[in-house]
Design a binder for this molecule. Structure first.
Ligand code: AHM
Ligand code: MG
Length: 339
């Protein structure tokens, strides 16, 4: 039997669980199409004018790559006319992008990191797009981009869908509409995403961890303890040998965990303390935490479930510890013990 397309998957999810209304279905398909276009742009590499610096900084003060800017534009243009969105927010824009008045407005909000893993763009290592969908509150003030910020400040538990596209040897779309996680592979010949795995489950235990070890001297005591116990291997208190991986593209590191388990940590450390952490809550931590929980894993800051955080700011940063449930619970327990 032919593999179901993304469109068919969404229709069937609606039919059996009612969780994908027509406008959400449309939204997800347009995001997927934008990801296909981003994938094509990335694939041009040195043959197109897509590599290198854009010559500008984003709101976080980070130098933007040409592909960061291009991916942001592709997502904005693709999504603003469809009538299902009220506004969009992105890592690359200080303020929300309101749907222009010439288009109808809808009931959803979309946030995204258009191209995650920017430091890997020019070295041909896998990168991705992360997105999250929220409902726009009925009484939201969308009169100006400044006012619209407030509408986005909802906890991760309010997400109605989240996903990522991974631009690797194959382009994948990994999606949850709140009933488990499904993976789709881009069929490049036909330009469509086909279902390749349903009901993704993250193994509860793991022997693989992902952390940027160069930050070791900045970590807090609970993470120091956990990593030193893992490094002690079979002879240590955890009684097993661990392996380490760090791609430095969150999408790739999370995808590995989705596929074969593991724990990913970008914890609080002294280098990032004043800004609250490294990764952004609204378009990195929340969508990934939603997907990981939907796949049976766990996601915390070490001190709190990520999806329960009440956001204070659109570009808020948080510590992130996610993946195989028992390992996340262990390191979260070390934080509680330390407190
Ligand atoms: P970006 O959105 O600007 O690419 O930054 C986020 C990335 C994550 O993908 C990755 O986990 C992390 O930053 C890597 O950070 P580091 O370079 O400190 O290891
Ligand atoms: Mg990012």
């Amino acid at each position: 039997m032919a593999r179901p397309t993304l469109s068919r998957y969404l229709v069937e999810e609606h039919r059996c669980a009612g969780c994908v209304p027509a406008d959400l279905n449309f939204l997800i398909k347009i995001v997927a199409r934008a990801c296909l276009h981003i994938s094509v742009a990335i694939g041009k590499g040195g043959l197109g004018d897509v590599l290198g610096e854009a010559g500008s900084d984003n709101v976080q003060g980070e130098a933007q790559k040409k592909l960061d800017v291009l991916s942001n534009e592709i997502l904005l243009e693709a999504n603003e006319w469809g009538g299902y969105l009220a506004a969009m927010a992105s890592e690359e824009m200080e303020l929300p992008h309101l749907v222009p008045n010439r288009f109808p407005k809808g009931k959803y909000l979309l946030t995204f990191d258009p191209l995650d893993g920017s430091s890997n763009i020019d070295v041909n290592v896998s990168i991705g797009t992360i997105f999250s969908v929220l409902k726009c509150p009925d009484n939201a003030d969308l009169s100006t981009p400044e006012a619209a910020r407030q509408a986005f400040l909802q906890p991760g538990t309010a997400q109605v869908a989240a996903g990522y596209a991974l631009y690797g040897p194959t382009t994948l779309l990994v999606l949850s509409v709140g009933r488990g996680v499904a993976m789709f592979t881009l069929d490049r010949e036909h330009g469509q995403f086909l279902l390749t795995q349903e009901n993704v489950q993250i193994p509860v235990q793991t022997k693989e961890f992902a952390i940027n070890m160069s930050n070791q001297r900045f970590w807090e005591a609970p993470v120091q303890r956990y990593v030193s116990e893992m490094l002690a291997g079979k002879e240590g208190p955890l009684g097993k040998d661990y392996n380490m991986r760090w791609v430095a593209s969150m999408v790739s590191d999370v995808h590995r965990i989705m596929t074969r388990g593991g724990i990913f940590m970008y914890p609080m450390d002294e280098k990032v303390r004043t800004q609250g952490g490294k990764l952004r809550l609204m378009y990195e931590a929340n969508p990934m935490a939603f997907l990981v929980e939907q796949a049976g894993g766990a996601a915390t800051t070490g001190r709190q479930r990520i999806l329960d955080i009440a956001p204070q700011d659109l570009h808020q940063r948080v510590p992130v510890i996610l993946g195989s449930r028992e390992e996340v619970e262990r390191v979260t327990g070390y934080h509680q013990g330390a407190a």
